[in-house]
Design a protein. Structure first.
Length: 147
């Protein structure tokens, strides 16, 4: 299998993990919590990102799993986020920023691996959206710290 396909499969799995992690974390917050909107936006966004990537991989004849990873590191990250929800808001934002930063690295790898391959231009826009999520989390963290 080509390097770009392996890299894209990793990104695909990471997007599923991200969506699932936000869904699990969303269950832990009440409807009044400050994180509800952020989590809901990330869940919808990750579903859209996953669908776009999944469809493009399908066009190349690549069969990808619809389950997330069994990687302990990804799971631990989401457990930290879940546990932080019961603590202070700054800790939640720290975990969000950590997870989103790791996702950026997957995008950087995927963009590099798909250079010269048609059909993957959407990855740059998705990466920019992840960066905006990081910026939003940092701004909210700073706002909470100031209050």
């Amino acid at each position: 299998m080509s390097d770009h396909i392996d890299t894209l499969k990793k990104l695909h799995t990471r997007l599923i993990d991200s969506r699932n992690g936000y869904q699990e974390s969303r269950k832990e917050v009440s409807d009044e919590a400050a994180f509800v909107g952020f989590f809901d936006r990330r869940i919808a966004e990750r579903e859209r990102f996953h669908t776009e990537l999944h469809q493009q991989l399908g066009k190349e004849g690549v069969d990808v799993s619809e389950s997330g990873s069994a990687a302990a590191t990804a799971h631990r990250g989401w457990l930290k986020l879940r546990d932080a929800i019961t603590g202070d808001d700054e800790a939640v934002y720290d975990e969000i920023i950590n997870g989103e930063t790791a996702l950026l690295e997957n995008y950087d790898d995927a963009i590099k691996a798909t250079a010269g391959h048609a059909g993957y231009g959407f990855l740059s826009q998705q990466r920019a959206d992840v960066q905006r999520a990081i910026d939003e989390a940092k701004a909210e963290k700073a706002r909470h710290a100031a209050t």
